[in-house]
Design a protein around this ligand. Structure first.
Ligand SMILES: NC(=O)c1ccc[n+]([C@@H]2O[C@H](COP(=O)([O-])OP(=O)(O)OC[C@H]3O[C@@H](n4cnc5c(N)ncnc54)[C@H](O)[C@@H]3O)[C@@H](O)[C@H]2O)c1
Length: 445
């Protein structure tokens, strides 16, 4: 592999131009600009940024497109997925990027060990976008091999996986690697500007938050009797906690991450309720819940000595009121945040503020930030932050499934490991729906 000298100034210029365009272009509409830019880059002798993808579904393909859009220097060099047809679909989805996204068959890998094939191909970073149950093993293998990474959220489904991620986070630091996480609000201009004001004291001491991801149902894949249990569950992964963590972890982690960001730490304990009322068919919808509400307590008391808290609510039920946002309450004001919009009110008029834009495309920005850190050699390690937010969501699920109040220490120390002992296509009994107050679910404790 040829490595050319890195022209940092051109890199920053190219990526800045892409950010400006990001609000106008979808990840797959930048072809002609990028293809032209790619030829120019080669002519100027700048080095390629080589990217491997593990998990070539909707997000893996989307993230690969975002990486390609982030810089004309990017080339996709390896693809890995459990299923060959997903690789073919990803290649078709990225066809508009031309040669930059064409991967030779020898660098496409399938099966449960596909991640090892991708990691073995020399590259500047790997995108990890399988269902999150596999993330700790894939991430720790990538870091052990010295790869930088873009790691999709959530990063685990149980405390055992979180401990693996936290150990790998230390290895990232020790090896001087770079990691960006798919909690894209941390890369979105409206959030960054608002949170900079919040941490600067614009709403005073943050004492409470309400965070929501309430929506209708998502896709599901009906089981095929010709396929094994494991294959059916992996194809319908949202509905099996060993794969998705349940929707409080898989989806609501985004809003929980904002609560932790505003509070400056993870919670110390929580109590929760949850259940399933509309997705009751266990053949179609596995054993996960369709609603959760959690009261997270944080260290650092209010003026009256009460604990700081975040109310978190997540629902996937058709025909119900939708709401995806975070509201922060401080001693002198409030902040209301959602993608592309942010508004601060305050007792002090000078602190009142509204985001007026322009916003950026945070999915592209994540890759701009990671690529810049890799090229410039500056530190970037978002592993701990996303692992803590994932653990917060797992702790909420443990409290809801079990009905118990749970502390952070106990949740993090739990021996719970939801991964089946042997990973291969074959029989695997579906977990039962958790019933709070009884110990029916292995995902409770
Ligand atoms: N940041 C965001 O806004 C965002 C949006 C969507 C999804 N996501 C996250 O991205 C991840 C993937 O979600 P998705 O929507 O792309 O799902 P998906 O089902 O579309 O894709 C997952 C892919 O992983 C493959 N896969 C499954 N097990 C594998 C294994 N062991 N090894 C290799 N490949 C394997 C599947 O075949 C599939 O192609 C999830 O963690 C999800 O939470 C993040």
């Amino acid at each position: 592999m040829t490595r050319h000298a890195i022209d940092r100034r051109s890199f920053v210029k190219a990526t800045a131009a892409t950010v400006a365009g990001a609000t106008l272009l979808s990840p797959f509409t930048a072809l002609s600009t990028n293809a032209r830019a790619s030829r120019l880059v080669a002519a100027r002798g700048r080095r390629e940024i080589r990217v491997g993808v593990i998990g070539c579904g909707g997000r893996g393909t989307g993230a690969a497109g975002n990486a390609l859009e982030a810089s004309p220097d990017v080339r996709i060099v390896a693809l890995g997925d459990l299923f060959a047809e997903r690789i073919a679909r990803a290649q078709a989805g990225l066809a508009s990027f031309g040669d930059r996204a064409k991967v030779p068959p020898a660098q496409c890998f399938t099966g449960f060990d596909a991640y090892q094939g991708v990691i073995a191909v020399p590259c500047d970073y790997v995108i990890l976008a399988t269902p999150p149950g596999f993330r700790p093993v894939h991430f720790s293998a990538a870091i052990a091999a010295g790869r930088n990474a873009f790691v999709e959220k959530p990063v685990a489904v149980d405390p055992t996986g979180i401990r693996t991620m936290l150990a790998a986070a230390n290895e990232v630091d020790a090896k001087g690697l770079r990691v960006a996480a798919g909690t894209q609000r941390r890369h979105e201009r409206s959030y960054l500007e608002a949170m900079q004001r919040v941490s600067g004291g614009a709403i005073g001491h943050v004492v409470a938050a309400r965070v929501f991801w309430n929506m209708g149902s998502l896709w599901n894949v009906a089981p095929d009797p010709a396929r094994s249990d494991v294959e059916n569950q992996v194809r319908n992964w949202l509905y099996h906690t060993w794969l998705s963590g349940d929707h409080i972890v898989e989806q609501h982690v985004h809003n929980i991450d904002v609560a932790n960001w505003a509070m400056g730490s993870h919670p110390v304990r929580c109590v929760a309720v949850g259940g399933r009322q509309s997705r009751t068919d266990t053949t179609a919808f596995g054993h996960v819940f369709d609603h959760f509400a959690v009261d997270f307590e944080y260290a650092g008391a209010t003026e009256g000595g009460e604990p700081r808290f975040a109310l978190s609510m997540a629902r996937q039920q058709d025909g119900t009121a939708g709401r995806v946002e975070e509201v922060l309450y401080g001693s002198t004001g409030t902040a209301r945040l959602t993608s592309g919009s942010a508004r601060l009110t305050s007792h002090n008029k000078a602190d009142a503020w509204e985001f007026k834009g322009p916003n950026n495309n945070p999915y592209v920005q994540e890759h701009i930030d990671l690529q810049k850190a890799i090229v410039d050699g500056t530190p970037l390690n978002e592993t701990r932050q996303v692992a803590e937010s994932t653990m917060t969501a797992i702790m909420g699920r443990m409290a809801a499934y079990s009905g118990a109040e749970i502390t952070w220490e106990d949740a993090l120390a739990s021996p719970m490991n939801l991964m089946p002992p042997s990973l291969q296509f074959g029989p695997l009994q579906q977990a039962p729906v958790a019933i709070p107050g009884s110990s029916t679910s292995s995902a409770s404790r």
